[in-house]
Design a protein. Structure first.
Length: 141
């Protein structure tokens, strides 16, 4: 967890600007396009939710982590957490009447907390990932 003294207005504002764009673009892609299309074309809402959540999870794998540094069980936990996040975002999309504002807002909140309070993009190689880091750990379940 980032020490409170390191959380500055500039850090919050800079991350908020990036997070607004990331949340919007990702939700447009994952829920607005992939979920919508796969739900209509294939086997219905359940299939669309599962497919879009799997893709969401796989494409969020942390490419910056050197191979062999993180154990398989943590990688699986990370992937499962993001899969569940994708399911929650997909359900929000359907429960809001197929509007993207709810998943965009939740995605923004999730990311801003992760980026500001729990830095997920290290500046040096990860040696020992924290179990409770927001995108690695059980805090997203």
């Amino acid at each position: 967890m980032r020490p409170i003294a390191e959380i500055t207005p500039g850090l919050v504002l800079g991350n908020a600007i990036v997070t607004v764009l990331v949340s919007y673009v990702e939700e447009l892609a994952y829920r607005g396009y992939l979920l919508t299309r796969s739900s209509r074309i294939a086997l219905g809402k359940s299939f669309g939710i599962i497919l879009s959540s799997i893709v969401f999870s796989l494409l969020h794998y942390s490419w910056w982590v050197p191979m062999g540094v993180v154990s398989l069980h943590l990688i699986l936990l990370f992937s499962f957490n993001l899969f569940l996040g994708g399911v929650v975002l997909s359900l929000m999309y359907f429960l809001s009447g197929r509007r993207l504002w709810a998943p965009i807002g939740f995605h923004f909140a999730w990311n801003i907390v992760a980026y500001v309070a729990f830095p997920v993009f290290p500046t040096e190689p990860v040696q020992n990932p924290a179990l409770f880091q927001i995108e690695w750990g059980i805090t997203t379940i």
